[in-house]
Design a protein around this ligand. Structure first.
Ligand code: 3HC
Length: 303
């Protein structure tokens, strides 16, 4: 069934090579997904070779895991691994038809990335952003071809969660959108078209949900009590584990975006801010048996 709002699929252009800007955790997960499902060359770029090597190794290791779980055959694993490469230069995107960025969540940084990518790709190459809350229209505004920009927002863990939010910017054209839906289908995701509004749809809900749990802690409920109180609802993971998965800096960024857009409806946890400002990224610490407990720093920072 055609997803609501998707243009006619005959407008979709083929994607024979993919570029990924960034080689961090999200970007590497995207590289893995694209190579596994599209089976085309995927090139990762980043600002230093160490990050690139780490990203490519992540993809190779995950392909090995798929092999050991017998999800793919040995020759397929080798073929997929050979399709993944890294480069320090965006020149490597020269013949890419689809480039997705998953770099730092700052509008200026993402605009700069797209402006650079545009210097190296053909006029019809699609530029997709995995932003979790920034405006796609503004990201495209100063480009030569703003009509080729689309939001492509995945959820963590990318290999497991089926949802893909596809965001149409004001200037995004039908061919770009049709290609985005065709790629979403090849990736075996459930694509939904969402408006270019702050945090789209899912992160509005997620921010409200995590925000209320964090507010309860800010107001004096012990951290572990707030985290376990929802257990009877049968959620797949507790709120603080979800916060950990999303990453406290990302969660804070989305909360700040929502607060800026709707100050009367969304707050920002002072304690989360203090925690992130202190350079902490983990709410858990693990003993040598692998059991997680709340990091003592959380208790110090969250008062
Ligand atoms: N990376 C890759 N694969 C992972 C993974 C990870 N971090 N975590 C789990 N998996 C895989 C496992 O390998 C396993 O795969 P297999 O079936 O091939 O062996 C499968 O997922 C199921 O894992 P488990 O059986 O160990 O664990 P669960 O059944 O508890 O499922 C979960 C784990 C899928 C992560 C589940 O807890 C869940 O759905 N949690 C909610 C996650 C969520 O809400 N994410 C959205 C975050 S919001 C976001 O990303 C947007 C951003 O913009 C902020």
């Amino acid at each position: 069934k055609k997803p609501a709002g998707a243009p006619d699929k005959s407008l979709a252009r083929p994607v024979n090579k993919v570029g990924v800007v960034g080689a961090g955790l999200m970007a590497s997960q995207l590289a893995l997904l694209f190579v596994r499902r599209l089976k085309v060359p995927v090139v990762l770029t980043d600002i230093d070779q160490q990050r690139i090597d780490k990203g490519v190794s992540y993809v190779h290791d995950e392909i090995d895991k798929l092999l050991s779980k017998q999800r793919i055959a040995g020759d397929e694993a080798n073929r997929l691994k050979a399709l993944v490469s890294g480069s320090l230069s965006k020149e490597a995107f020269a013949d890419a038809d689809f480039v997705i960025e998953a770099v730092f969540e700052e509008l200026g940084v993402k605009r700069q990335v797209f402006a650079e990518v545009e210097q190296h790709v053909g006029a019809e190459a699609i530029l997709a952003t995995n932003t979790s809350s920034l405006p796609v229209t503004e990201m495209a505004a100063k480009l030569e071809h703003p009509e080729r920009v689309v939001g492509f927002h995945f959820f963590n863990p990318v290999a497991v969660l089926p949802l893909l939010e596809i965001v149409r910017g004001e200037r995004t054209d039908d061919a770009t959108l049709a290609t985005a839906f065709a790629v979403g289908k090849q990736l075996k995701k459930s694509s939904v078209l969402v408006k270019d509004a702050p945090a789209f749809v899912v992160n509005r809900l997620l921010t409200r949900f995590l925000g209320e749990v964090l507010a309860a802690v800010d107001e004096g409920t012990p951290f572990e009590v707030a985290d376990s109180a929802l257990d009877p609802l049968g959620l797949p993971m507790t709120p603080m584990t979800l916060l950990q998965l999303v990453g406290p800096p990302v969660a804070l960024h989305v909360a700040e975006t929502m607060h800026a857009a709707f100050p009367d409806r969304f707050g920002v946890s002072e304690n989360l801010k203090r925690f992130v400002d202190a350079g902490k990224s983990s709410v858990w610490s693990w003993d040598n048996q692998g059991n997680a407990s709340v990091d003592p720093e959380v208790e110090r920072l969250w008062q």
